[in-house]
Design a protein around this ligand. Structure first.
Ligand SMILES: NC(=O)c1ccc[n+]([C@@H]2O[C@H](COP(=O)([O-])OP(=O)(O)OC[C@H]3O[C@@H](n4cnc5c(N)ncnc54)[C@H](OP(=O)(O)O)[C@@H]3O)[C@@H](O)[C@H]2O)c1
Length: 287
């Protein structure tokens, strides 16, 4: 089986972060099935290579490649963006999918782990690619947020440069997912949606590898009891935001697991979105 010559995404180039497993893998597979050239931006070549072979096998699309990207290390993010820019290929779809939940730590650059990986690494990756994205217009940027962003009670940008403080890191996860919403809003406000549109999505509760830190038997029972979605089901809101026709006028929106446009946490004001952008730009500026 090969993508049909008239497949919707023939000639389009998509970059999906964290595409070696979970929702990102399912998203990369669906975009490949629809004919896109897909760059799998992942931190492990050993994990990504068999996934590329598998996606090529099930879709018949061999326009797939691996890009090394560790979002917990801004030097790696810069190197990944430089590799893409050197290739002079367009980028029509950027799906900022990678993420961690329930993990504790600090990034190579001294940021709380969830904030650093889920927000700041993606912020730098996206902003380094902006000129290429605009040159490839019309383009879409999809940021994987979460319904957990509603759990964030505040965003204190003076207090993100330390190791994770909460016991399982879920408080910091919620804040990082709020940042995904804020980044989406500010990105959307900066561009004509006919050129660049940006969306945040919640995939639903998905039985992905995100539960890897929970003991396997407990996770298996939890996934069944919670009736979690499959990765394929969980990829629908990402694929919708990346490909649905005529949604550019909704740029800046947040879609739920059923691809419905939803209000966001009231903390997500334009002022906070602008402040997050400015601070993130300063933190990631070249020394
Ligand atoms: N699953 C859910 O119920 C759920 C709910 C709401 C939102 N989400 C969001 O959906 C997105 C995808 O999550 P998932 O459930 O598919 O999780 P997953 O199966 O754990 O996949 C996460 C992906 O992110 C990658 N990643 C983690 N840290 C990274 C780093 N430092 N640099 C580069 N890549 C990194 C992982 O790579 P490795 O395999 O190398 O670790 C993996 O490819 C996340 O943003 C998550 O917050 C998930």
């Amino acid at each position: 089986m090969t993508p049909r010559p008239d497949a919707q995404l023939n000639g389009r180039v998509a970059v999906v972060t964290g595409a070696n497993t979970g929702i990102g893998r399912a998203t990369a597979t669906e975009l490949a099935r629809r004919g896109a050239t897909v760059v799998l931006a992942c931190r492990s070549e050993a994990k990504a290579t068999p996934v590329i072979t598998h996606i090529a096998g099930v879709t018949g699309n061999h326009r797939l490649s691996f890009l090394p990207l560790d979002l917990a290390d801004l030097a790696s993010v810069r190197a990944a963006a430089a590799t893409l820019l050197e290739s002079e290929e367009p980028v029509h779809l950027l799906v900022n999918n990678a993420g961690i939940a329930g993990q504790r730590g600090i990034t190579a650059d001294g940021f709380e782990l969830a904030f650093g990986v889920n927000h700041l690494g993606h912020f730098l990756f996206t902003t380094l690619l902006l000129d290429r994205l605009v040159a490839s217009a019309p383009v879409r940027v999809v940021n994987l947020s979460s319904v957990s962003h509603f759990d964030a009670k505040a965003l204190d940008l003076d207090d993100v440069q330390h190791p994770t403080r909460s016991y399982v890191g879920l408080r910091e996860y919620a804040v990082s997912k709020l940042c995904n919403v804020l980044f989406t809003q500010e990105l959307a406000s900066r561009y004509d949606p006919a050129v660049l549109s940006a969306f945040a999505v919640h995939p639903g509760q998905v039985a992905s590898d995100v539960w890897r830190r929970i003991p396997a038997p407990v996770a298996a029972v939890y996934k069944r009891v919670a009736r979690m979605k499959t990765n394929e089901e969980g990829s629908r809101s990402s694929v919708y935001a990346a490909t649905a026709p005529d949604i550019e006028a909704e740029s800046g929106s947040y879609y739920d697991q059923d691809c419905r446009r939803r209000e966001v946490n009231p903390l997500a004001t334009p002022e906070l979105a602008a402040e997050l952008w400015d601070r993130s730009a300063a933190w990631t500026a070249p020394a």
